[in-house]
Design a protein around this ligand. Structure first.
Ligand code: AHZ
Length: 324
């Protein structure tokens, strides 16, 4: 390309057209030959990362809300809770390196994401553009929704996401009525790569995030609200439906119904209606496709309205718990 670059008053120009970018006032020559970053020591980089990470581990060792799974439902819920209650400590645990769950593409690896109304209200709140098709709207790429909700959630100072970290068990306490049932009082975490290798290595013990509202001896501190877990692990898969399956294995009163076949109309309404508090376990809530696994509902396939709206409904329930 016969591009003539000149520099006028410190501004780059291409074929006499002024090129404006964030470094226009920093770059001294159009060939960038004297460009240099500010100096740094390698140890400074290490300390800048690790000191913050360990500070976060310390800060969130007791959390008010632990969200398991950073897919479309978990992040929608996180947005609503964090926006309404900046005083609550919200830890998001995501097994994958890349958060987002199944919401980087629409169906069958196509890009567009469908949301049925009234889920468009959530898109409006996040300023995400879409095409209005009457009863439903189309976001041009699912990644546009995911990247926006993810960045909004991560901006909240009271939210920390621990990614590449799996919840591999639950912290349990005897139920308040002293029956054989359990309350959930926290999550047991590990690096996902460690969780995936428990069968190939000798014991690699995990870490724990405890819910707020317990005394040193593990009893409930009735002077404060107890923290909650919102499980948004998606449907059955390598990690999916984690909390539903684990609860069924540790509490005989709980069952794992399993997700039924695809029926968009039935599935989306039902997932929203059944999202929220888990029966008789005061500290556990569900949203997203894990609701279908828990309640034996149909799946909806590639329509995402119920993911956002079930997250909003579960968030509403959790906000009510902390407000009461
Ligand atoms: O990595 C998982 C994913 O990002 C994460 N996750 C699952 N188990 C975990 C664990 N510890 C930590 N034990 C865990 N993280 O949870 C996230 C779930 O995201 P998702 O997008 O799979 O679930 P969702 O319910 O938010 O959205 C489901 C989207 C679907 S599936 C579907 C269908 O199959 O019909 N239709 C829709 C809209």
């Amino acid at each position: 390309m016969s591009t003539t670059q000149t520099q006028t008053q410190n501004k780059l120009s291409v074929q006499s057209q002024s090129v404006e970018h964030c470094l226009s006032d920093v770059v001294k020559q159009d060939d960038w030959s004297d460009f240099a970053f500010a100096p740094i020591r390698e140890a400074t980089v290490s300390r800048a990362m690790t000191s913050r990470y360990f500070k976060d581990l310390d800060k969130f060792a007791v959390s008010d809300v632990v969200i398991i799974g950073a897919g479309s439902s978990g992040l929608s819920a996180a947005y609503v809770i964090a926006k309404n209650r900046p005083d609550l400590k919200i830890a998001i645990i995501e097994a994958n390196v890349a958060p987002g769950g199944g919401c980087w593409l629409g169906g069958q690896l196509f890009s567009a994401m469908i949301m049925r109304k009234p889920a468009d209200k959530f898109l409006d709140e996040l300023n995400i553009p879409y095409e209005d098709e009457g009863h439903y709207v189309v976001v041009k790429h699912a990644a546009l929704f995911m990247s926006t909700v993810l960045s909004e959630v991560l901006k909240f100072p009271n939210v920390k996401m621990f990614n590449a970290t799996a919840v591999e068990d639950l912290v349990t306490r005897p139920a308040d009525d002293n029956s054989q049932h359990v309350n959930v009082a926290g999550v047991v975490t590990n690096w996902t790569l460690v969780t995936q290798n428990h069968d190939t290595q000798s014991c690699m013990d995990p870490n724990v995030i405890e819910l707020s509202g317990y005394k040193d001896n593990g009893e409930r501190d009735l002077s404060q609200k107890h923290g909650v877990i919102l499980s948004c692990c998606g449907h059955d898969g390598p990690f999916g439906a984690f909390t539903v399956k684990r609860m069924a294995s540790i509490d005989s009163s709980k069952s794992y119904a399993g997700m039924k076949g695809l029926d968009m109309n039935r599935a989306e309404d039902a997932v929203v209606k059944n999202a929220g508090a888990y029966d008789k376990v005061g500290s556990v809530y569900f949203a997203g496709m894990e609701v279908a696994e828990h309640a034996g509902l149909n799946r909806m396939g590639p329509t995402f309205g119920a993911m956002a709206v079930s997250g909003i409904k579960a968030a509403e329930d959790i906000l009510k718990h902390f407000a009461a």
